[in-house]
Write a protein that binds this ligand. Sequence first.
Ligand code: SF4
Length: 154
Amino acid sequence: METPAPRSVLVSACLLGRPCRYDGRENRDRVLEAELAERGETAVPFCPEEHGGLGTPRPPAWLEKSGADAVLDGAERVLTGEGRDVTAEFLRGARGALELCLLQGIQRAYLKERSPSCGVCQTHAAGRLVDGPGLTARLLQRAGIDCRGTEGRR
Ligand code: SF4
């Protein structure tokens, strides 16, 4: 029987061990790595916040109030804890993720839960953990990309 061709999937870079979190740490997910290998999926690492021009380490930031849709629709912003507007950087990162998916024909993304960019089921808005996707996850979902949230499982 013929082996199916490997399929590329987008993966939050911190889940693959890149120390790109806001605090300079990583969230390596060894369980995810094993699952990808088992399914023959090729990981394409991407960090939206670094791509958007935010350095590492960087101040923590969150969606202003109601969530990612409000930011994508231009009604709200993304703010750091000190109130700096980082909406443009977050949007640049989200769009970069989508462009990469479109360019490489990627239809699935494994993203780090609870991040204001990558969270799928939970994210941070108004300084607290809330249900709903982060900015990058929501933009990918709007484009029909299957987003799956995961944690740093050792
Ligand atoms: S959760 Fe997303 S934005 Fe945050 S460090 Fe990981 S890849 Fe970058």
